[in-house]
Design a protein. Structure first.
Length: 284
């Protein structure tokens, strides 16, 4: 941390302490103090202190419910904690039975908390006459998690109404996946193609497009997209290796299919995807 940043944070801490020392503050609305708590929370999160960040950010929104930055950052934190709990369920331990049910309940709890904060962010943005595409996309992913596909589609379309949204590929990827989950493979392929047109290195969108092609039995197209994903070292998607293995089996190349299943297993041997890849390899 630079000296300038250290001094700035010390100044913020002093401001918080000074304002807290003022009489009759309590839980009275105080935007200035709320912003100080937000900045401290933001810094704690950058230093990977999520619990400390949450304490500061919750205090910020208690002091000023209209602090959109604090509301948004809380939404992001709880969303990521939900994803982390899903990863424990599916990628780190591959839980089953009661343990899996309990872990899913915990993940759902985090996603619901994130949802409330993002809804507040969007309401505040609407009052200001602006479109918060990032918050809308997060909210769409929460809706997708809970299988509310029409809601996810509507939220993504709202996010994309903002022509200044710099991460359009993410909303297009979510939109395409919502169509896919709903059973509309034509709509899914259309939006997913657009997502990788916007950002050719958007590997999640490319993997999802390959999955649509696989379902459509367009195995050559699926193989072409998947090879680009697995060759990208910045995108270690186990699922892409698994799907490429299955695609190569359809294309009657069992030797290369086995290579992909083995690569899939090696990326994360404890995950549920690895178990599937090992099973496919044994069946060959």
């Amino acid at each position: 941390m630079t000296l300038r940043r250290t001094l700035a944070l010390l100044g913020l801490a002093a401001l918080v302490a000074g304002l807290l020392g003022c009489p009759h503050q309590g839980a009275v609305r105080n935007p200035k103090l709320a912003q100080a708590h937000y900045l401290l929370g933001d810094d704690m999160l950058r230093r990977k202190d999520a619990e400390g960040a949450k304490r500061e950010l919750i205090r910020a929104v208690q002091l000023d419910p209209d602090n959109r930055e604090a509301q948004n950052l809380l939404g992001v934190i709880f969303f990521l904690e939900g994803v982390q709990k899903l990863n424990i369920l599916e990628r780190e331990q591959c839980l089953t039975g009661v343990a899996a049910e309990e872990q899913m309940k915990e993940a759902n709890k985090e996603f619901r908390r994130a949802e409330e904060y993002f809804k507040t962010v969007i309401a505040l943005s609407d009052k200001e006459g602006r479109i918060d595409s990032e918050a809308l996309n997060y909210l769409a992913n929460v809706a997708l998690h809970f299988k509310r596909y029409d809601e996810a589609i509507a939220l993504c379309k709202r996010a994309l109404d903002n022509i200044l949204f710099s991460q359009r590929q993410t909303a297009l990827g979510t939109l395409g996946w919502a169509y896919y989950q709903k059973g509309d493979r034509v709509g899914a392929a259309r939006e997913l193609r657009q997502s990788i047109f916007q950002e050719p290195r958007f590997c999640l969108g490319r993997y999802r497009l390959a999955k649509v092609y696989f379902e459509e039995k367009a195995y050559e197209k699926a193989s072409e997209e998947l090879k680009r994903v697995v060759e990208d070292k910045a995108c270690p998607l186990q699922e892409a290796h698994e799907l490429l293995g299955l695609t190569l089996l359809k294309l009657r190349d069992p030797e290369q299919a086995r290579v992909q299943f083995e690569k899939c297993d090696s990326l994360n041997p404890r995950s549920c995807v690895s178990e599937e890849c090992r099973r496919y390899a044994k069946l060959m």
